[in-house]
Write a protein that binds this ligand. Sequence first.
Ligand code: 8YV
Length: 312
Amino acid sequence: MTKTLAIGGYMKIDEQALRTDLDAVMASSLDSALALDDAERDQISAIAYMGHAAFGPEQMDAFPNLGLIANFGVGYDAIDVAAATARDIAVTNTPDVLNDDVADLAVAMLLMQGRRMRQGDAHVRSGAWAEGESFPLNRKMSGGKAGILGLGRIGHEIAERLEAFKMDVHYWSRSEKDTPGWDYHADPVDLARAVDFLVVSLVGGPETENMVDARILEALGENGVLINISRGSTVDEGALLDALEAGKLAGAGLDVFEGEPKVNPRFHALDNVVLQPHQGSGTVATRAAMGQLQRDNIAAFLAGRDLLTRVN
Ligand code: 8YV
């Protein structure tokens, strides 16, 4: 008998659909899934996975009849795909349905930083404005130079939005893309040197770990703003904090962090950062679409049909 196990903190509506459509067993975390008894784990053939805890060989071997891990999210860096492939376990993700929301949040943080909207809000609330205190002039965004580090599907959406804001678009990607009007840089440091705003939209995982390092931050410079909507692992956080604290970087907008949801308290003390709780895809509509795509992949697997968005 095949069974689906759903791991993570799903919205009520998704939990209901997982139970009704797929007869899924629910577990709030990978640890609690691993605590199921042997007989229960033996029955599991598909896992709906939501979470960022490492899902590696040891966890896979705890489910001897596992054939599918359907990830809730486009980034599947938590899942050891090579280990899954070696065990004949398919992995799926939820691409595309979240591109717009993640790109919107990147642009929103960029505008918040440039126009100092956090500080503007505080200026009104504190009564400083009413008392006649003037608010410092800030930065013109249109006409500015923006760089995209990683021109995948989400990076592309960000670039299109920034172009609509009349910004000059530059990018780095593993290979040059057919994108007339956008300037390609083969070296990420050159990209950082060429722009005032750098948006990180890399995939996570060992290949991109700490890719945004002290050299890139130095190249971005004291007028530079860094935005990260990818993974905390892509940025050397120590180097970022040092640069922000020393005024060697103008600011940052961050939706992802090393060791999230715990955030390094050094960030709390900084006025030049906008911090978000990894909410890039966090709209009701997009999370519903992600849940649907995850379930569609599981339904296809259980029916022996082709998977919709397979990654291995
Ligand atoms: C998360 C994300 O998956 O899609 C991704 O890669 O990072 C997010 O959409 C979301 O936090 C749900 O866990």
